[in-house]
Design a protein. Structure first.
Length: 354
């Protein structure tokens, strides 16, 4: 089976049949075991055409896309001498029973899918890492936190590299999201703290964000006009056009940089709106990884990211409830909750298909 997303309305989903053909030489077939479902996956769907996420796993069904997810899969059939059956891999998959890869192993042991249709897509999504032995808790935290906290860590590194654009405060939109709270926590690690950390969230999530203990202050979307008018960086995880417009109008020339990261409020996203202050610049995490690989050589930024997300994961139980759901029908229901904004910020959803 597979979960199909209507590309014209990403809240409409259906369950389809996975078409499994014969393997060609050099290919492997993998079965998805466990994956995470978060607001990040909804962003993939919302930006499916703009950034190209629909291109990774063509569904073969007109107007329908396969949802990309992060998780663990097992090789069930192999025509590749480098990759035996039974190998467990962590990486980027479609939410489907099985996937075919054309893997190539590098000197570090990392596998890269060399399928022709993925050649021009960002390399970070094409890499797969062997993981063993089976450990559901470890697999679940990796699937939930590594992709999101990797972006959080890269954002902190980007802001540090730019000397915070001369700002005295960083305002994190959708601070209750996993990527938002991760950035708050990574910034809070810096000592001495170079900037004030301001979490911006819905009124219902203010207590949750305050409870993280990482922000110097927490402001609800309703109170954007109370933000201190000092040199500021805005990191927008939500993509809510109305909130962005109000914040830009309030801070105007006090904004030294405005970064667009995610679209957790995808239904309120409007790409063409008039804004005061600096024009928002899209932050694409794979591009920053490529920059750091050029700066420092392969493997360095990847190790820093791994150390970072594992560091934050040590206290994950204080801000994250892992909920495991079984099967595609439950995956469909959870995706619907997330896409329509009904999911609670503490919840981390895992889909088990094994």
């Amino acid at each position: 089976m597979q979960l199909l997303i209507d590309q014209s309305n990403i809240t409409r989903t259906s369950l389809g049949q996975d078409q499994a053909g014969d393997l060609q030489t050099g290919q492997v077939r993998v079965k998805l075991l466990r994956c995470a479902l978060t607001a990040n996956n909804v962003t993939y769907a919302a930006a499916g055409f703009v950034i190209g996420y629909w291109k990774f796993f063509p569904s073969g069904v007109e107007g329908q896309g396969l949802l990309p997810v992060w998780g663990t899969a097992e090789v069930t059939e192999s025509a590749c001498h480098d990759v035996p059956t039974g190998m467990r891999l962590y990486g980027f998959w479609p939410l489907a029973d099985t996937t075919v890869l054309q893997p190539e192993r590098d000197k570090h042991g990392v596998l890269t899918d060399r399928a022709a249709h993925r050649t021009d897509l960002p390399a970070i999504y094409n890499r797969y890492t062997e993981v063993k032995p089976a450990n559901d808790r470890e697999d679940d935290l990796r699937a939930l936190l590594q992709p999101l906290l990797a972006t959080s860590y890269l954002l902190r590194d980007f802001l540090e590299d730019k000397a915070f654009f001369g700002a005295s405060q960083v305002i994190i939109g959708s601070a209750s999201s996993k990527t938002g709270l991760g950035l708050c926590k990574f910034l809070a690690e810096l000592s001495p703290r170079p900037v004030k950390i301001v979490g911006l969230t819905s009124s219902g999530n203010v207590d949750f964000v305050q409870g993280l203990g990482a922000c110097d202050s927490v402001v609800s979307y309703d109170d954007v006009e109370t933000l201190e008018r000092v040199p500021s960086v805005f990191v927008d995880m939500a993509g809510n056009a109305q909130t962005k417009q109000r914040l830009h109008a309030h801070l105007a020339d006090h904004l030294t940089h405005s970064a667009a990261v995610g679209t957790s409020h995808w239904d309120k996203f409007q790409p063409q709106i008039k804004l005061d202050g600096p024009k928002p610049e899209f932050f694409f995490a794979p591009s920053h990884v490529a920059k750091r690989r050029e700066d420092w050589g392969p493997g360095v930024i990847e190790r820093q990211i791994t150390d970072g997300w594992k560091r934050l994961a040590t206290d994950a139980s204080s801000w994250l409830d892992v909920n495991v759901h079984t099967g595609f029908e439950q995956a469909q229901a959870i995706y619907d909750d997330i896409a329509t904004g009904r999911a609670a910020p503490r919840d981390g959803h895992i889909i088990a298909l094994n």
